[in-house]
Design a protein around this ligand. Structure first.
Ligand SMILES: Cc1cc2nc3c(=O)[nH]c(=O)nc-3n(C[C@H](O)[C@H](O)[C@H](O)COP(=O)(O)O)c2cc1C
Length: 263
């Protein structure tokens, strides 16, 4: 199983916090993080102190249990920058899966004021923290909240309801389905899965069905990072572009992955 298949939201953490050695590895991952497709560099920070002992100070609604830290950064408050935030931080989350560290995206359900106090100040240039990533060792058993949010089984929309060919037909090729299966299991706020994909020959167009919340742009960036990683694992390379000729739909067009090594 790869990190995309292993990843799931962890809301119950162990009481032993991540050791100093692993924290250094996490910090190294944060330092190595690249810019997003929109070219935004985001400085992500690991916040350990305030969260480990005083969880309630940070999580307003007490969704999580056990000891955990968080990763967060400041980003400009505009769609393509927020997409980059989702894209970069999800790649970080998937790297953490390989270190056996559990994560959970938290958007809006944490006390922003406390997070902000724990972080270096960078309130200049209209920046905000659109979400944070909780990080810690997964505890045994699941929280009741996990059942409330995802039921007894983790759920996703049907493949053919969200991914289409250029003619709005079902995608048949196995390798395309395998890659998009990685997008299907991407996390999204409230598990809304707002991303739609049209795979038109060498161009893979990404859309949002709903842009009423800023968090949807995070979902978009997250889905794009899953796509890129699964595509690379299947030998497919390309670049993210804004394509003026992208298929028009009722959805909001966001990005195209332009594949360079496919007929
Ligand atoms: C941008 C974003 C914000 C989220 N915010 C919360 C949150 O506030 N509280 C929470 O418990 N889960 C939150 N989640 C986790 C989703 O509920 C979860 O990803 C979704 O239900 C799918 O489950 P899975 O991650 O286990 O595959 C968030 C996820 C994303 C991507």
């Amino acid at each position: 199983m790869d990190s995309i298949e292993r990843r799931k939201s962890v809301r119950k953490y162990r009481d032993n916090f991540i050791e100093a050695e692993k924290i250094s590895e996490i910090i190294r991952i944060l330092e190595e993080a690249e810019t997003g497709p929109g070219g935004n560099y985001i400085k992500f920070e690991f916040i350990a102190e305030n969260l480990s002992g005083e969880v309630k100070n940070v999580v307003t609604y007490g969704f999580l249990s056990g000891r955990y830290g968080a990763i967060a950064g400041w980003v400009s408050d505009e769609p393509y920058a927020i997409i980059d935030y989702g894209y970069i931080l999800e790649k970080i989350a998937l790297n953490l899966v390989d270190l056996d560290i559990g994560t959970c995206w938290l958007g809006g359900s944490f006390s922003k004021r406390n997070i902000i106090e724990a972080m270096e100040k960078d309130r200049s240039l209209n920046k905000s923290i659109p979400a944070i990533l909780a990080v810690g060792y997964e505890g045994e058993g699941r929280r009741i909240r996990d059942f409330l949010i995802s039921g007894t089984k983790r759920k996703r929309k049907d493949f053919d309801e969200t991914f289409f060919t250029g003619n709005f037909e079902k995608i048949k090729e196995n390798y395309k389905r395998e890659i998009l299966e990685g997008v299907r299991w991407a996390p999204s706020a409230m598990n809304k899965q707002p991303v739609r994909v049209i795979w038109d020959e060498h161009r893979v167009h990404f859309y949002l069905v709903d842009t009423s919340l800023k968090m949807r742009y995070l979902d978009m960036g997250i889905a794009m990072s899953h796509f890129e990683l699964k595509a690379a694992a299947n030998g497919i390379k390309g670049e993210w572009k804004i394509d003026e000729q992208a298929t028009l739909t009722n959805w909001t067009y966001m990005y195209t992955y332009d594949i360079s090594n496919i007929e």
